[in-house]
Design a protein around this ligand. Structure first.
Ligand code: HEC
Ligand code: HEC
Ligand code: HEC
Ligand code: HEC
Length: 194
């Protein structure tokens, strides 16, 4: 029990610390002032030079981005040297797909108008992996009306083939329904002939 008139230890009852209310307020205001000025000073030291010229970002970043060499080209830029692949690709359902998506960037292959490097050409199982990056039913986030998808191994089972088959054994990589439509035409005309 505290006796009447007894001071609670550590309790500011005015004059206890020898500081007036006003004085403490002043110290607090001064502290905030010093912290703010210091903060602003450090910010001015760290702020990149061109920050804020156009908006809340570094104006120099625009020039830096523009200096990065362009590594990709268009499908049209492949056509002149690869007329055979171009003809098939343009006629098929993959006509909207970039050559470079499957083969890698132009800059690794061509400089000026000369071939300077080899692009990777996928084969066997690598081709199946590539196709399934776009056509796998397990990619649930993509609306299936946009890119038709297949479930594996169901798609191969429905074709009654061994599960070791790769996609390009039935689908032409550059025009995926080329062989399949041709096969349909042949079987249909054969049926008509009967
Ligand atoms: C969907 C992916 C895909 C697209 C798009 C694609 N390719 Fe291919 N391409 C392949 C695959 C896979 C092979 C290997 C074919 C095989 O072995 O059946 C290949 C083979 C080739 C080859 C032959 C390479 C060799 O030496 O065997 C050339 C050249 C080529 N493609 C050029 C092109 C061009 C040009 C385009 C665009 C007009 C293009 N490709 C679009 C996947 C693609
Ligand atoms: C200046 C001509 C030229 C252009 C443009 C060109 N290629 Fe080639 N490419 C060649 C030559 C030459 C070869 C080797 C002979 C062949 O396979 O026809 C080749 C081969 C390839 C191969 C087989 C692997 C290799 O590198 O040897 C692929 C894949 C290929 N090109 C894809 C492309 C794609 C995709 C583009 C467009 C981004 C493209 N090419 C643009 C000239 C060219
Ligand atoms: C970059 C994504 C992409 C890659 C990789 C890709 N495709 Fe496609 N494919 C498409 C698009 C887009 C279409 C056209 C839309 C559609 O019909 O599904 C298409 C169409 C098709 C179709 C016709 C579907 C229909 O409409 O009946 C088949 C079959 C197909 N691709 C098989 C393949 C095979 C086999 C491979 C591997 C060599 C492959 N695709 C690689 C995007 C891709
Ligand atoms: C044994 C042959 C065969 C193999 C291997 C094969 N397909 Fe097919 N695929 C077909 C046939 C045939 C159709 C057309 C079915 C139809 O019209 O009813 C088809 C249709 C498709 C379609 C269109 C589906 C739709 O809803 O219309 C896509 C996408 C496709 N295949 C992708 C692939 C991919 C990716 C692979 C490799 C993982 C592959 N296929 C392997 C024979 C094959």
């Amino acid at each position: 029990m505290l006796q009447p008139g007894h001071k609670r230890p550590g309790c500011f009852t005015g004059g206890g610390m020898g500081l007036s209310y006003k004085m403490r307020l002043l110290i607090l205001a001064l502290g905030i002032g010093i912290a703010t000025t210091g903060g602003l000073f450090i910010k001015s030291l760290l702020k990149p030079e061109s920050f804020g010229v156009y908006g809340p970002y570094r104006a120099a970043a625009i020039d830096e981005e523009a200096q990065i060499p362009i590594r990709h080209a268009t499908n049209v830029s492949c056509y002149s040297c690869h007329p055979y692949e171009a003809k098939i690709h343009k006629a098929g359902l993959h006509k909207t797909i970039s050559c470079e998506f499957c083969h890698g960037p132009w800059a690794d292959h061509v400089a000026g108008s000369k071939k300077v490097g080899t692009l990777p050409v996928k084969k066997d199982g690598e081709i199946t992996t590539l196709c399934l990056r776009c056509h796998n039913t397990e990619i649930t986030a993509r609306p299936h009306e946009v890119i038709k998808t297949v479930a594996m191994p169901g798609h191969l089972e429905s074709q009654k083939v061994k599960l070791t088959h790769n996609c390009n054994q039935c689908h032409h990589v550059h025009a995926p329904l080329k062989y399949i439509n041709r096969a349909k035409q042949i079987t249909e005309s054969a049926e008509k002939a009967l």
